[in-house]
Each structure stands twice: as C-alpha cells, then as structure tokens.
Design a protein around this ligand. Structure first.
Ligand code: ADP
Length: 230
C-alpha cells in the first residue's frame, strides 16, 4: 500500500446499499467513494432521507454494504464476520447520536467508564480516563450526576466523551447537536472539535446546521447515491 493511501483512516470504495420496500428497491448508496484522513473533521450535510444515517452505519460497520469495500486504517472490513466487526467497532469506532442514549441508572463518570471496562481496562484506569475526558469537555464537576440531572448540552458532552473513551480511530456523529438550542449546540460542537483536534481522531458528522458545518475542515453531501463535495 502506498504512503498516500495509508493516510486514510477510513476509506469507502464503490459502496452500494439498497433497501427493499415492498416490490421496489431503494438504492441509497450507489457506488459511493469517500476518504477521511487522521485529524480531519468532515461535515455530511444532506436533506432528510438522502442516506446520511445509512452512510454512517455502513462506514461504522453497523450495517454491511451490498457491494464495495470499507477500509479502516487500510484494513478491508466489509466482509468480516460479525464477531470481528463487533471487535473492530469497539476498538476503532465511536458513535454519537442525536439523543444521547446514556444509561440512566449510572452517573456521567460510570457511563464513560463502561465501554472501557467492557474492553478490559482496570476500574481505576477507566475512572482516570473518564475524569480526564469530563474535564476536557469542561463538565468535570458533573461527574457524579446521573443523566436526568444534567442539561441537554451536558448529556451530549458525556455521550461524546463516552464515544471516544476507548480512543477510537474514527468518530461518527449523527445530528449530535440536532436536539439542542443554537448556543448550546455551538458550545458542544466546540468541545467536540477540540477533542478531535487534541486526540488525532477523525470525525464524520452528519448535521443540518450549516453554520456548524462551515466550521469543519470540509463539507460533503449525498447526490444520487454518491458522496460529493457540498
Ligand atoms: P437520512 O439519514 O439522510 O435522513 P437515511 O439513511 O435514514 O437518511 O435513509 C435513507 C432512505 O433509506 C430513506 O428513504 C429511508 O426510508 C430508507 N431506509 C433507511 N433504512 C431502511 C431500512 N432498514 N429499510 C428500508 N428502508 C430504509
């Protein structure tokens, strides 16, 4: 593999994804190509129903492509078995959704420790890292609160911290600030951007917010099942 290619932490080649709806086939991704470099933050801006979530799920190894290939850090993974995909997802991929999906019975700190414990980290190390991430997201003082005791913006910061707790290669976010007022969305995005910059992650962020999208390194959209510059 050439040095240039290996810079791509994520690469999609000619990815196809179709859904059957009754007798008809919906072709959502039609030979989509896309590459993401280490440290890069890319906005995915497209109308509802265009296939943003589909692209994130396929690229994030949650769904299989019908054709084409996905490379994570140069490794082809579209056709790996379920166990290998799950292991790779846990190690290399973080997801943030519009709604935080934090576990309500656990504190902010414990929610961020959870994926690390599942990955086999010791309790004390997981807690240290969770505290660091909370401080980094400027909500260290909320560590012992449960999600219901946190504001929407704080909940999303915890969700972002949890998504990067295992130091993934790529962070996928599906409308991460879609549920927040514009000012809070701005703060949360700033924190997300700082975290990506600091950790050398790469991020693909689906958003409807054009102002936030303009702050990212570049914007792409979906047109006729292809990823194209926005
Ligand atoms: P977006 O995130 O841009 O709103 P989606 O990726 O969620 O778009 O959906 C793209 C299209 O694919 C929509 O028309 C949606 O109804 C359809 N779709 C998504 N998932 C499925 C599925 N599991 N089965 C059938 N159709 C689906």
């Amino acid at each position: 593999m050439s040095a240039v290619v290996s810079q791509d932490v994520l690469r999609l080649e000619k990815v196809e994804r179709h859904y059957s709806q009754g007798d008809t086939q919906l072709a959502i991704l039609r030979g989509a190509d896309f590459a993401l470099k280490r440290g890069e933050i890319v906005a995915l801006v497209a109308p509802s129903g265009a296939g943003k979530s589909t692209l994130l799920h396929v690229a994030g190894l949650l769904e299989r492509p019908d054709d084409g290939e996905i490379y994570l850090d140069g490794e082809p993974c579209g056709r790996l078995g379920d166990d290998q995909r799950t292991a790779m997802r846990r190690r290399d991929i973080g997801f943030v959704y519009q709604f935080h999906h934090l576990l309500p019975e656990f504190t902010a700190l414990e929610n961020i420790m959870m994926p690390q414990l599942i990955s086999g980290l010791r309790q004390a190390d997981a807690a240290d890292r969770a505290r660091q991430l909370l401080d980094y997201m400027r909500i260290g003082h909320r560590a012992d609160h449960r999600p219901s005791e946190l504001s929407g913006g704080e909940q999303q910061r915890v969700a972002i911290a949890r998504a990067v707790a295992n130091a993934p290669l790529v962070l996928f976010a599906d409308e991460p600030t879609g549920n927040l007022d514009p000012e809070t969305a701005g703060y949360v995005f700033e924190a997300l951007q700082a975290l990506v910059r600091q950790s050398g992650l790469a991020a693909l962020i689906a958003t409807h917010n054009h102002e936030l999208a303009a702050l990212m390194d570049r914007c792409v959209t979906l047109a006729e099942g292809q990823v194209v510059p926005a």
